[in-house]
Every structure is written in C-alpha cells, then in structure tokens.
Ligand binder design. Structure first.
Ligand SMILES: Cc1cc2nc3c(=O)[nH]c(=O)nc-3n(C[C@H](O)[C@H](O)[C@H](O)COP(=O)(O)O)c2cc1C
Ligand SMILES: Nc1ncnc2c1ncn2[C@@H]1O[C@H](COP(=O)(O)OP(=O)(O)OP(=O)(O)O)[C@@H](O)[C@H]1O
Length: 306
C-alpha cells in the first residue's frame, strides 16, 4: 500500500491563554527549529481549559480558542494550531501516550518545546524531565524553556487575567507582549449609525471569556481588510441610558465613515481612560465622550504602544 508522506512538525505544548511573552519564548524557539529542520511550526492547545473539566470551575479566559490560534499565527508565525479536544480520552491518556501516540504518531512531531513547569497526561504525571527523557528514547528533539519573568514576576495567564479584570491594560500589554484583544464579526443590525452622533460598533463576548473592568478605553480597531482606526471603547452597563444591567462593549471608531457589516473587527485595548459613570444627561455624556476622543488621540500621538 502506498504510504503518504506525513507532515513533520515542531510542536509547542501548553494551553497558551492570551499568548503572553512566556509563551512567546516557546513559540520563537519553535520557529527557529522549524527553519533549521524544515518541519512545520505548530502548537497544540486544548478546546477547554483542563481545569474546567477536572475541577468543574473554568477560569474566565483571556482569549477564545480561535483568537488564541490567530495570535500565535500573527505574532509568532505558527502555521498549524492543533486544537485538541479535552475530552474523556484526552483526560485519561497517560503522559507517554500523549507524547508517543498523540504527538508523534498522530501529529508527526519531530521536535517538542515546553516550558519549565509544563505538566501533562493523566493526573498531570508528565513533567519536563519525563518529557525530555521520553523524547530521547523516541529520537524526537526537545527543548525545555526556562521561566520568563518581568519585574520579578513570573509571566502567567493567571496574572494577566487579574490585570485585565482590573482594567490595568498598559501592564497587560507589557506582559502579553501585544495588546489585549476582543474580536467579533459585525452582524446585521450592527451597522455603524447612531442618533447620538457617535456611531458605535458592538462586540459580543464569547462564552467563557473574561470581561475586562468596566470603563472607557483607548483602543485600536483593526479590520480584516487591513485598515485600522483609533477607537474609544466603553465596557459597561450604560447607566445613563439603560436599566437592564447587561454589560456591553461598544467602540466609536475615530475618522471612520462607512459600513462594517460582515467584517471581523479586532478591538485592541491599550489604556483605561476612566470609569463608566451615570451622567445627568445624554448631552453631558456626549461631551465627555468627545473629551475621551481627544485623550485617545493624545495617548497614541505621544507614545508608540506597539
Ligand atoms: C466611548 C464611550 C463611552 C461611554 N461612556 C458611558 C458612560 O460613562 N456612561 C454611560 O451611561 N454610557 C456610556 N456610554 C454608552 C452610551 O450611553 C451609548 O453608547 C449611547 O447612549 C448610544 O446608545 P445607542 O447605541 O443605544 O444609540 C459610552 C459609550 C462610548 C462609545
Ligand atoms: N513565564 C513563562 N516562562 C516560560 N514558559 C512559560 C511561562 N509561562 C508559561 N510557560 C510555558 O508555556 C506553555 C503553556 O503554559 P500555560 O498555558 O500553562 O501558561 P501559564 O501562563 O503558565 O498558565 P496558568 O497561569 O494558567 O498557569 C507551558 O509549556 C508552560 O510551561
């Protein structure tokens, strides 16, 4: 029987929520080895956070799986992001089967890259030392990346979640190595256009994803056609005009005119300008938003955030 040539991959291992600078150290190494060996730069992540299945208490995530894959491709040129189902089979797979069967036999791994504290396999019994030893036996390359720290703090998704939840976006940008981003495809009925003079685009939260601290943020809105605009974005319940208490994310794109229907908008958050407030009138709210527009222009004019 004719045997099909299997894709050879260099694979980074982890969950990669947010794709931060610690993950970046792994993903850059994947790129180097891929260039040296001609194998495809890849990463394996999971569709559900392992904690959500084992402990039944999912941590709210920085990014949905699709955004995680997009970040790895955009910032680190990872070609294939394999989103593994974290199901019963995966949960009960031994650490060596995960390496030998899943990564090597099923996905063609010729080199694996993991972090200093990577635990995997049934009951988390796999660790970096075991991984390195098994790779030797299997004749597969392996790199264990030492921990990356900033300001004496170990960079982690957990820490960055606390920053985003508190609205500390400048610091989140530093630890992520790129802006925190929320993406959505603009659907029908969400065309730009508003009676108030500041048309907004609404972004929906994906299930399981963290809600940033309420407030008004200096942002950049990147459209899939390559254009990008400064934006001022409110995360909140709009107490001046609404009483239902639902949290909305709505951004006003500066210097933009047109229709965003059908486009995917990546809203990048850089800096929190103020808290959300209840204004005595819509006119006063509008005045404040115009001030926030100026603050956003100044913010981006006086620094080059990325
Ligand atoms: C940059 C920005 C800041 C905002 N700040 C507040 C605020 O502090 N308080 C508030 O009640 N609503 C705030 N909003 C929400 C507005 O009330 C809402 O966008 C406006 O009333 C238009 O509503 P509509 O889209 O239903 O026409 C803000 C909206 C934007 C775009
Ligand atoms: N600061 C870091 N330095 C080096 N490697 C890291 C760092 N943070 C994570 N890694 C590695 O990146 C891979 C993915 O890690 P993981 O998704 O568990 O990230 P994490 O930030 O440690 O998450 P959590 O905060 O939920 O523990 C793992 O192999 C892990 O060891």
């Amino acid at each position: 029987m004719e045997q099909r040539e299997k894709t050879r991959r260099v694979i980074a291992l982890g969950f990669f929520d947010g794709v931060h600078v610690g993950h970046g150290a792994l993903l850059r190494r994947v790129g180097e080895v891929a260039r040296e060996t001609g194998a495809v730069p890849s990463a394996v992540t999971f569709d559900a956070h392992p904690e959500s299945v084992i402990l039944k208490s999912p941590p709210p995530l920085l990014s949905a799986p699709v955004d995680r894959a997009d970040l790895m491709r955009r910032y680190y040129q990872i070609q294939d992001v394999i989103v593994a189902p974290f199901d019963e089979r995966m949960m009960h797979m031994s650490w060596w089967d995960f390496v030998a069967e899943y990564l090597v036999a099923e996905h063609g791994a010729v080199h694996l890259v993991a972090g200093h504290d990577f635990h995997f396999g049934y009951k988390g019994e796999g660790n970096p030392q075991r991984l390195a030893e098994l790779c030797k036996v299997l004749n597969v390359g392996c790199d264990i990346i030492p921990k990356v720290e900033l300001d004496g703090i170990t960079v982690s998704s957990t820490y960055i979640r606390t920053l985003v939840a508190q609205g500390e976006m400048d610091r989140a940008v530093t630890f992520l190595g790129h802006p925190y981003v929320m993406s959505d495809r603009v659907g029908h009925g969400k065309r730009l256009g508003s009676s108030q003079g500041f048309p907004t685009v609404n972004l929906r939260f994906r299930p399981g994803v963290l809600i940033p601290a309420r407030g008004v943020y200096a942002c950049k809105a990147c459209l899939e056609d390559g254009r990008s605009y400064l934006a001022v974005t409110n995360v909140g319940v709009r107490p001046t005009v609404d009483e239902d208490g639902a949290v909305n994310v709505e951004g006003f794109l500066l210097d933009f005119q047109g229709d965003l229907y059908g486009q995917t908008v990546h809203m990048e958050f850089y800096h929190r300008l103020r808290e959300e407030r209840k204004f005595p009138s819509v006119a006063e709210l509008k005045e404040e938003i115009m001030r926030n527009v100026q603050q956003t222009r100044t913010y981006f004019a006086t620094r080059d955030p990325m």
